[in-house]
Write a protein that binds this ligand. Structure first.
Ligand SMILES: [Zn+2]
Length: 244
């Protein structure tokens, strides 16, 4: 899969398993929902790993923290099912305080070694600002950092975590990394035919939207790109890293 090929078509012929590592319930649906639907349709096993429990994402004072955590799991599972994603891992870190500490790096490394994905999707650890009106959530940056620090140098190095090998989780090297939110994105996946399905998955996260109708309208305006023939097309973009 060269970046040139990937930019024009979704060639994942040497990809059987994909792991998506994100901070919050709903992040995967926003950043790569359409891409993951396409992958699942091609028979690729996609796993979502949600690092935090999402316990700060609430505007309703009547919902307790534990209720919210439970709701968000249900919502994320429903969204994943809609996209053909079979496995969702909830790592349970506290929302809003995600940090690249040793314990979480080891837990993520264990899952990489267990799942053995050829491709991982993560967020850009360097992205502090989005446009001119949004400070990127620190959990999004730290989720990216946790992901890349688990991929390298931990996941494929037998000197890291020999006890994991004793448990049967042997070193594993991924082939590709898609980084979301990168200025030098070189993979652009056309998800136009899947935009309705992507939005339906996002809207499974009921707890997150006070006015889902207005939100959907805004997303369609924000994400749509006018093509030369005048039609509106939708894309998901990533920076591709390849590891030989
Ligand atoms: Zn988020």
């Amino acid at each position: 899969m060269s970046s040139e090929q990937a930019s024009t078509r979704s060639d994942w012929s040497d990809v059987k398993r994909v792991l998506v590592i994100v901070a919050h319930p709903d992040d995967a649906d926003f950043i790569c929902g359409g891409t993951c639907i396409q992958m699942a349709e091609q028979g690729i096993a996609v796993t979502y790993m949600v690092l935090t429990n999402g316990d700060k994402g609430n505007h309703n004072p009547e919902v307790t923290r534990n209720q919210l955590i439970a709701m968000r799991k249900i919502e994320q599972r429903a969204a994943a099912t809609l996209c053909g994603i079979q496995e969702v891992l909830f790592m349970g870190e506290e929302d809003g305080f995600l940090r690249p500490k040793r314990a979480i790096r080891k837990r993520v490394t264990r899952e990489i070694r267990r799942i053995r994905p050829e491709l991982i999707i993560c967020t850009n650890p360097d992205r502090y600002f989005v446009g001119d009106g949004y400070i990127n959530h620190p959990d999004h940056r730290n989720a990216g950092l946790i992901a890349i620090e688990a991929i390298f140098p931990a996941a494929d190095n037998p000197m890291f975590y020999p006890d994991l090998a004793d448990e049967g989780y042997h070193p594993h090297k991924i082939k590709y990394l898609y980084v979301h939110g990168h200025d030098q994105a070189d993979v652009k996946i056309d998800i136009t035919t899947l935009i309705d399905q992507k939005i339906a998955a996002i809207l499974c996260h009921d707890s997150q939207f006070v006015d889902p109708v207005a939100a959907e309208k805004r997303w369609r305006e924000m994400w749509g790109e006018k093509s030369e023939d005048g039609t509106v097309r939708y894309y998901e973009s990533f920076k591709l890293m390849k590891f030989g």
